[in-house]
Write a protein that binds this ligand. Sequence first.
Ligand SMILES: [Zn+2]
Length: 297
Amino acid sequence: MQARSYLKLSVATAVVTIALKTAAWWWTGSVSLAADALESLVNLAGAVFALAMVTLAAQPADDNHPYGHHKAEYFSSGFEGILIIAAALGILWGAVDRWRHPQPLEALGLGVSLTIISSVLNGALAWAMLRKAREVRSVALEGDARHLITDVWTSAGVVAGLIGVIATGWQWLDPLLAGLVALNILREGVHLLRKSTGGLMDEALDAESLANVQAVLDSHGQPQTVRFDHVFSRVAGQRRFVDLHMHVPARWTLSRAAAVRGEVEEALMRAVPGLRVSIQLLPMDVEPHMLDEEDLV
Ligand SMILES: [Zn+2]
């Protein structure tokens, strides 16, 4: 199944989940169930947006976007992060209000049952999506899956708390739980937002991939004849890019240099799957003029 199919399934599941949780909230009047329902609503908005962005990211490169559209995915996790933070603040506000003006809860058994059903649906979907996200390295899919997992934990906490209310009659457990749910959602929102800004700011490759790149360069470099420098890397959605210089003696023929360059290129692509390598060939003691600018060196 493709990444987009998972996101469509996620949209459908979100609609069902919202219906179940809204009903649970309606019957019980519980502010923690309201928090849980609101989070699912955010899930729906997030899934729809992720679907649009993954579709955009999959577009082939065109004249206006010669490097492709991979970065579209960062809009998705950034947008979702902002939505989650807004939802968390709304829930906090509701919890404080309920704490100050307590109200009796009703039909808690029914509310708890509906919430458990929706959590099982969400949990199964999140598990499948996370596996797919790791396979295809999609931040949009991962963002959506992580969000679903938060949702499952939220519901588990709320269900445990409401069972506590049934057992003890302590109504204040409800707003307390809603507040804790809100803080956890807030944390997840900040995480997603940081992930998307990292991508938009051209973050370097992860340490493991960089070490693999360096190992390949070390094994192909030779004292006096082949030297690599100015290694820059960046990540754009599912794509990873490395730019570097390969310095060879000026007396080498271009075809000899190109043959070595080709070997290095292939070795790098084997070492880091999905890597786009750009190797600039230069004579031993020559650097491009643009490196004279201080901020690039
Ligand atoms: Zn150089």
